[in-house]
Write a protein that binds this ligand. Structure first.
Ligand SMILES: O=P(O)(O)OC[C@H]1O[C@H](OP(=O)(O)OP(=O)(O)O)[C@H](O)[C@@H]1O
Ligand SMILES: Nc1nc2[nH]cnc2c(=O)[nH]1
Length: 180
Protein backbone atom coordinates (compact mmCIF):
# COMPACT_ATOMS: atom_id res chain seq x y z
CA UNK A 1 0.00 0.00 0.00
CA UNK A 2 1.17 3.55 -0.72
CA UNK A 3 2.50 5.36 2.35
CA UNK A 4 1.12 8.79 3.08
CA UNK A 5 3.39 11.78 2.64
CA UNK A 6 3.54 12.15 6.42
CA UNK A 7 4.76 8.56 6.80
CA UNK A 8 7.29 9.06 4.02
CA UNK A 9 8.66 12.20 5.68
CA UNK A 10 8.96 10.35 8.99
CA UNK A 11 11.06 7.77 7.16
CA UNK A 12 13.25 10.22 5.21
CA UNK A 13 16.26 12.53 5.58
CA UNK A 14 16.57 16.03 4.18
CA UNK A 15 19.60 15.87 1.87
CA UNK A 16 19.55 19.40 0.40
CA UNK A 17 17.63 22.44 1.56
CA UNK A 18 16.10 25.03 -0.73
CA UNK A 19 18.90 27.46 0.18
CA UNK A 20 21.59 24.95 -0.83
CA UNK A 21 19.82 24.20 -4.10
CA UNK A 22 19.38 27.91 -4.88
CA UNK A 23 23.16 28.33 -4.75
CA UNK A 24 23.80 25.35 -7.04
CA UNK A 25 21.15 26.40 -9.56
CA UNK A 26 22.63 29.92 -9.78
CA UNK A 27 26.04 28.38 -10.43
CA UNK A 28 24.57 26.20 -13.17
CA UNK A 29 23.04 29.25 -14.84
CA UNK A 30 26.43 30.92 -15.04
CA UNK A 31 28.04 27.75 -16.44
CA UNK A 32 25.30 27.42 -19.06
CA UNK A 33 25.72 31.06 -20.16
CA UNK A 34 29.44 30.49 -20.63
CA UNK A 35 28.87 27.33 -22.67
CA UNK A 36 26.16 28.85 -24.88
CA UNK A 37 28.38 31.84 -25.68
CA UNK A 38 25.36 33.86 -26.85
CA UNK A 39 23.63 31.12 -28.85
CA UNK A 40 19.85 30.96 -28.24
CA UNK A 41 18.90 27.36 -27.37
CA UNK A 42 15.63 25.51 -27.16
CA UNK A 43 15.07 25.12 -23.41
CA UNK A 44 13.32 21.76 -23.31
CA UNK A 45 11.77 20.83 -19.97
CA UNK A 46 10.93 17.19 -19.22
CA UNK A 47 7.59 17.21 -17.40
CA UNK A 48 6.48 16.73 -14.67
CA UNK A 49 9.55 16.31 -12.50
CA UNK A 50 11.61 19.16 -13.97
CA UNK A 51 8.89 21.80 -13.53
CA UNK A 52 10.20 23.38 -10.32
CA UNK A 53 13.88 23.21 -11.25
CA UNK A 54 13.36 24.42 -14.82
CA UNK A 55 11.63 27.63 -13.76
CA UNK A 56 14.37 28.49 -11.33
CA UNK A 57 17.15 27.52 -13.74
CA UNK A 58 15.65 29.64 -16.52
CA UNK A 59 15.73 32.68 -14.23
CA UNK A 60 19.43 32.03 -13.57
CA UNK A 61 20.36 32.02 -17.27
CA UNK A 62 20.95 35.41 -18.91
CA UNK A 63 21.05 34.11 -22.52
CA UNK A 64 17.62 34.34 -24.17
CA UNK A 65 15.81 30.98 -24.33
CA UNK A 66 13.09 29.51 -26.52
CA UNK A 67 10.81 27.41 -24.31
CA UNK A 68 9.28 24.05 -25.16
CA UNK A 69 8.56 20.94 -23.14
CA UNK A 70 8.25 17.20 -23.48
CA UNK A 71 6.37 14.81 -21.27
CA UNK A 72 7.93 11.39 -20.95
CA UNK A 73 7.58 9.13 -17.95
CA UNK A 74 9.16 5.85 -16.96
CA UNK A 75 8.17 5.62 -13.29
CA UNK A 76 4.53 6.75 -13.46
CA UNK A 77 4.14 7.35 -9.74
CA UNK A 78 6.10 4.26 -8.70
CA UNK A 79 9.55 3.95 -7.14
CA UNK A 80 11.02 1.71 -9.86
CA UNK A 81 11.25 2.53 -13.57
CA UNK A 82 9.94 0.52 -16.51
CA UNK A 83 9.44 1.34 -20.20
CA UNK A 84 9.27 4.97 -21.34
CA UNK A 85 5.90 6.46 -22.22
CA UNK A 86 5.77 9.57 -24.40
CA UNK A 87 2.89 11.89 -23.57
CA UNK A 88 4.18 14.90 -25.57
CA UNK A 89 7.01 15.32 -28.03
CA UNK A 90 8.75 18.64 -28.84
CA UNK A 91 6.74 21.11 -30.93
CA UNK A 92 9.46 23.66 -31.74
CA UNK A 93 11.45 22.62 -34.87
CA UNK A 94 14.82 21.36 -33.58
CA UNK A 95 16.59 21.20 -36.94
CA UNK A 96 20.05 22.75 -36.58
CA UNK A 97 19.35 23.95 -33.03
CA UNK A 98 21.18 23.59 -29.75
CA UNK A 99 18.80 22.00 -27.22
CA UNK A 100 19.19 22.47 -23.47
CA UNK A 101 17.40 19.45 -22.07
CA UNK A 102 16.30 20.09 -18.48
CA UNK A 103 15.30 17.38 -16.03
CA UNK A 104 15.16 16.91 -12.27
CA UNK A 105 17.17 13.72 -11.90
CA UNK A 106 19.63 11.57 -13.81
CA UNK A 107 19.19 8.12 -12.31
CA UNK A 108 19.56 5.12 -14.64
CA UNK A 109 19.54 7.54 -17.55
CA UNK A 110 17.05 5.75 -19.80
CA UNK A 111 14.65 8.69 -19.82
CA UNK A 112 17.19 11.33 -20.82
CA UNK A 113 18.87 9.02 -23.29
CA UNK A 114 15.58 8.41 -25.10
CA UNK A 115 14.64 12.11 -25.07
CA UNK A 116 18.12 13.15 -26.22
CA UNK A 117 17.99 10.59 -29.06
CA UNK A 118 14.57 11.90 -30.05
CA UNK A 119 16.03 15.45 -30.23
CA UNK A 120 18.87 14.27 -32.47
CA UNK A 121 16.30 12.39 -34.54
CA UNK A 122 14.51 15.72 -35.07
CA UNK A 123 17.73 17.30 -36.34
CA UNK A 124 19.19 19.00 -33.25
CA UNK A 125 22.87 19.76 -33.81
CA UNK A 126 23.76 19.68 -30.11
CA UNK A 127 21.93 18.51 -26.99
CA UNK A 128 23.17 19.70 -23.60
CA UNK A 129 21.81 18.01 -20.46
CA UNK A 130 21.09 20.04 -17.32
CA UNK A 131 19.86 18.14 -14.26
CA UNK A 132 19.19 19.23 -10.70
CA UNK A 133 20.70 16.02 -9.32
CA UNK A 134 22.57 12.89 -10.31
CA UNK A 135 22.31 9.62 -8.41
CA UNK A 136 25.63 7.90 -7.89
CA UNK A 137 25.60 4.15 -8.65
CA UNK A 138 26.79 1.69 -11.27
CA UNK A 139 23.47 1.25 -13.14
CA UNK A 140 23.70 4.23 -15.51
CA UNK A 141 22.82 3.51 -19.13
CA UNK A 142 25.89 3.65 -21.36
CA UNK A 143 26.80 7.01 -22.88
CA UNK A 144 24.68 9.41 -20.81
CA UNK A 145 25.96 12.00 -18.37
CA UNK A 146 24.96 15.52 -17.41
CA UNK A 147 26.72 18.52 -18.94
CA UNK A 148 25.45 20.59 -16.01
CA UNK A 149 24.62 19.02 -12.64
CA UNK A 150 23.34 20.58 -9.43
CA UNK A 151 24.11 18.02 -6.71
CA UNK A 152 25.16 14.37 -6.40
CA UNK A 153 22.90 11.96 -4.52
CA UNK A 154 23.34 8.62 -2.78
CA UNK A 155 21.59 5.60 -4.24
CA UNK A 156 18.28 6.14 -2.42
CA UNK A 157 14.79 7.05 -3.61
CA UNK A 158 14.40 10.83 -3.39
CA UNK A 159 11.49 13.26 -3.51
CA UNK A 160 10.75 16.96 -3.28
CA UNK A 161 11.77 19.94 -5.44
CA UNK A 162 9.66 18.58 -8.32
CA UNK A 163 10.27 14.89 -7.66
CA UNK A 164 7.39 12.76 -6.47
CA UNK A 165 6.74 10.16 -3.84
CA UNK A 166 3.76 8.30 -5.33
CA UNK A 167 2.70 11.58 -6.99
CA UNK A 168 2.97 13.43 -3.67
CA UNK A 169 5.62 15.83 -2.38
CA UNK A 170 6.62 17.55 -5.64
CA UNK A 171 6.27 21.02 -4.08
CA UNK A 172 8.43 20.33 -1.02
CA UNK A 173 11.22 22.95 -1.06
CA UNK A 174 14.15 20.55 -0.64
CA UNK A 175 15.40 17.09 -1.63
CA UNK A 176 14.48 14.25 0.77
CA UNK A 177 15.68 10.63 0.64
CA UNK A 178 13.84 7.58 1.96
CA UNK A 179 15.77 5.69 4.59
CA UNK A 180 17.04 2.30 3.36
O1 LIG B 1 17.23 8.22 -15.23
P1 LIG B 1 15.93 7.45 -15.13
O2 LIG B 1 16.09 6.19 -14.31
O3 LIG B 1 15.31 7.18 -16.47
O4 LIG B 1 14.92 8.33 -14.26
C1 LIG B 1 14.86 9.72 -14.39
C2 LIG B 1 13.46 10.14 -14.75
O5 LIG B 1 12.54 9.67 -13.78
C3 LIG B 1 11.67 10.73 -13.40
O6 LIG B 1 10.57 10.80 -14.26
P2 LIG B 1 9.24 9.94 -14.01
O7 LIG B 1 9.19 8.83 -15.01
O8 LIG B 1 9.12 9.58 -12.57
O9 LIG B 1 8.12 10.97 -14.38
P3 LIG B 1 7.82 12.41 -13.70
O10 LIG B 1 8.85 13.37 -14.30
O11 LIG B 1 6.43 12.76 -14.12
O12 LIG B 1 7.99 12.26 -12.22
C4 LIG B 1 12.53 11.97 -13.56
O13 LIG B 1 11.74 13.12 -13.75
C5 LIG B 1 13.37 11.65 -14.77
O14 LIG B 1 12.75 12.09 -15.96
N1 LIG C 1 10.94 10.94 -7.48
C1 LIG C 1 11.94 10.23 -8.02
N2 LIG C 1 11.94 10.00 -9.33
C2 LIG C 1 12.97 9.27 -9.81
N3 LIG C 1 13.22 8.92 -11.08
C3 LIG C 1 14.35 8.21 -11.05
N4 LIG C 1 14.84 8.10 -9.81
C4 LIG C 1 14.00 8.78 -9.02
C5 LIG C 1 13.99 9.04 -7.61
O1 LIG C 1 14.86 8.64 -6.81
N5 LIG C 1 12.92 9.78 -7.19
Amino acid sequence: MTASLEEALNNADLLFSREQLDIEISRMGREIDRTLAGERPVFLTVMHGALVFAGQLALSIRTDLEFDYVHATRYRGRTTGSDLHWLRRPEVPLQGRTVLLVDDILDEGHTLKAVRDACFGMGAKRVLLAVLCTKLHGRRAHGIEADFNGVDLPDRYVFGFGMDYNEQARNLPGIYALKD
